[in-house]
Design a binder for this molecule. Structure first.
Ligand SMILES: [Zn+2]
Length: 130
């Protein structure tokens, strides 16, 4: 047996209060957009459908808890982790809101940071969370 104990998964994805699954449904009959919490925190009532990008409504966690997630909800655990993901968040906005000025982008990032400080979580596609 190897003595490898330094695998990176912080707190591992299989434990802790945050491990809840929620799903969102849009009006176009797409598969549900499934969100898994790595950390507890407030998620929005509506998000964009993972498939068609229209509005999808929350099921408030009343879904089977073994669904395969598209998105991971998490709270950056420190400055370093936030720094790592703020680039990703900024890239998303630059792609989806190409008309935003730098100033608008910065304002959005500040609002995002505030959202986290107030107990909100970020949601990123599960392959983006290291
Ligand atoms: Zn959809």
């Amino acid at each position: 047996m190897s003595n490898e104990t330094n695998h990176k998964a912080p707190l591992s994805l299989g434990e802790g209060l945050g491990e809840r699954i929620n799903a969102y449904t849009c009006a176009n009959g797409c598969p549900n957009t499934v969100v898994k919490h790595r950390d507890p925190g407030v998620t929005p009532m509506y998000i964009e459908c993972f498939t068609c990008n229209t509005m999808a409504a929350s099921h408030f966690y009343k879904v089977p808890q073994d669904l395969e997630p598209h998105l991971i909800a998490f709270k950056p655990k420190d400055k370093a982790e936030w720094k790592m993901y703020r680039r990703y968040v900024a890239d998303c906005w630059q792609l989806s809101r190409p008309d935003w000025t730098m100033k608008e982008l910065w304002e959005a990032m500040a609002a995002c940071e505030q959202h986290i400080q107030k107990g909100g979580v970020l949601m990123v596609p599960k392959d983006k969370l290291k």
